[in-house]
Ligand binder design. Structure first.
Ligand SMILES: NC(=O)c1ccc[n+]([C@@H]2O[C@H](COP(=O)([O-])OP(=O)(O)OC[C@H]3O[C@@H](n4cnc5c(N)ncnc54)[C@H](OP(=O)(O)O)[C@@H]3O)[C@@H](O)[C@H]2O)c1
Length: 429
């Protein structure tokens, strides 16, 4: 073998230490697959004194990440520090210096992916990011390479482990959202500031990346319609179950008549759908291609070793290409599909109302739905003789604008105490 390939690591936290331990544990196997020995040359961290879970020569550490990207002996840069600033500029500088970059940073890719990919293509340098979406699950490479023969029609993913864990516990134990969240925080499954997960922003970053790749169109995170899970109640979950559904936070990207729908929101899916069986912190991505049909990728969507596995696989790829050459580097998105506004999307809806229990109430509500072209598939009423009672509808497919108009009208009816919740039903994922 020739001289080792030298790696500069930006960050040695959860993912960075996973990368280092995999490189140490499987050094020979990885070298054989990459066609070169791999050595870690420099490691940038914020705090030199911090305890590291992985064995690491202290002489490699620096607090200056710029030192790593500009070190002429560093052949490949791995960025696992997170955030946009200075990660974006560091990635750009490394690429500009002709160094392949591997990153797991969803935020920087969702916000600046197209420009970084353009730069990498211009400089003829690899920019790989398998770890940025769904941790250890291979999805970027399948979309780029294994599914190259297909026109992707839809991607539907459970790509945030924290929210999947929370919804699973709420479903299993009938616990309210706030209580499960508190427990998840105590167990370390949820951050102290949970907004990025529970409001759906983390999933929005990831679906923006997947949609850009699958539909070859630049999808910015602002293009993603996003609703979180904070308003889901155990009652919604119970009523959904009675109707044959499970609840999931879905990230959806779909092409329809030349336009793209890209959205993150809670949704009911049929209990028999394979995504319904994805529980706890697991992730899964369901892909439909015109040639291959339906595929599902399942596994651990985060964590030190799973994400490290994705990052090191990219590293092996980058080393092979550095050593043996290879063309067909990832091009920036070439198409410009317009994004469909949420009001124009079509879905079925679960609508839960609190109403007074009086004859004629159902007729009034049905009339308001009818006036807005919303047709009803099923109705359940709960808590007879209580005041108010729960009335739950599931609609047939209808445009979002119509359901919004109908609900505005329904919420003004004197017999309606409250529109408790509105949840999309993705009956045909
Ligand atoms: N955690 C996961 O399971 C997971 C899964 C998929 C993708 N990702 C992505 O991977 C990236 C890293 O995540 P992580 O969980 O490993 O984060 P983390 O545990 O917070 O680690 C970040 C590392 O970067 C270092 N760092 C941060 N800012 C720095 C700066 N300005 N200069 C020098 N060093 C700096 C930190 O130094 P100190 O150690 O000294 O604080 C730390 O070692 C993020 O983009 C994240 O979204 C994470």
């Amino acid at each position: 073998m020739e001289k080792p390939v030298q790696v500069g690591l930006l960050g040695c936290g959860t993912v960075g230490s996973g990368v280092l331990s995999i490189l140490q544990a499987n050094a020979e196997r990885i070298a054989a697959r990459a066609g070169a020995l791999i050595e870690v040359r420099r490691v940038a961290v914020r705090d030199l004194k911090k305890y590291r879970t992985v064995s690491l020569d202290e002489a490699l550490l620096t607090t200056d990440p710029w030192e790593v990207v500009s070190d002429p002996s560093v052949d490949i840069v791995i960025e696992v520090m997170g955030g946009v600033d200075p990660a974006r500029d560091l990635i750009a500088a490394a690429v500009d210096n002709g160094k392949p970059v591997i990153t797991a940073n969803k935020e920087v890719l969702a916000k600046h992916g197209p420009e970084l990919l353009s730069l990498a293509a211009r400089r003829g340098v690899d920019l790989f990011f398998e770890g940025s979406v769904a941790g250890g699950i291979p999805i970027i490479k399948p979309l780029r390479e294994s599914l190259a023969a297909n026109r992707v029609q839809a991607i539907v993913g459970i790509i945030n482990g924290t929210t999947n864990y929370v919804l699973t516990r709420m479903s299993r134990e009938g616990m309210p959202f706030a209580e499960v969240l508190r427990e998840a925080q105590a167990l370390g499954y949820a951050e102290a500031d949970p907004a990025s997960d529970v409001e759906g922003y983390d999933a929005a970053f990831k679906i923006a990346i997947l949609a850009s790749l699958a539909f070859e169109t630049p999808v910015r995170v602002e293009d993603v319609y996003c609703e979180g899970i904070t308003r889901i109640t155990p009652e919604d979950i119970r009523y959904g179950r009675e109707l044959g559904y499970e609840i999931k936070l879905l990230a959806i990207a779909r092409e329809h008549e030349g336009r793209l729908e890209v959205r993150v929101h809670p949704a009911f899916i049929p209990a028999a759908h394979p995504l319904a069986a994805v529980t706890d912190v697991f992730n899964a991505i369901f892909v439909r291609g015109d040639a291959v049909g339906e595929l599902m990728f399942y596994g651990r969507g985060a964590g030190s070793l799973p994400t490290g596995s994705a990052v090191v696989a990219d590293l092996v790829d980058a080393v092979r290409r550095l050593r043996f050459g290879g063309n067909g580097r990832l091009q920036p998105p070439a198409a410009q599909l317009p994004i469909k506004p949420i009001e124009e999307t079509v879905s079925r809806y679960y609508v839960s109302l609190k109403v007074v229990d009086r004859p004629g109430v159902l007729a009034k509500i049905a009339a308001a739905f009818g006036e807005n072209d919303v047709s009803i598939d099923s109705v359940i009423q709960k808590g007879r003789l209580e005041d108010p009672v729960d009335l739950v509808f599931v609609t047939h497919e209808v445009q979002e604008a119509n359901i919004r108009r109908a609900l505005a009208q329904i919420s003004r009816l004197p017999v309606v105490r409250q529109v408790s919740n509105v949840i999309r039903v993705e009956a045909e994922v």
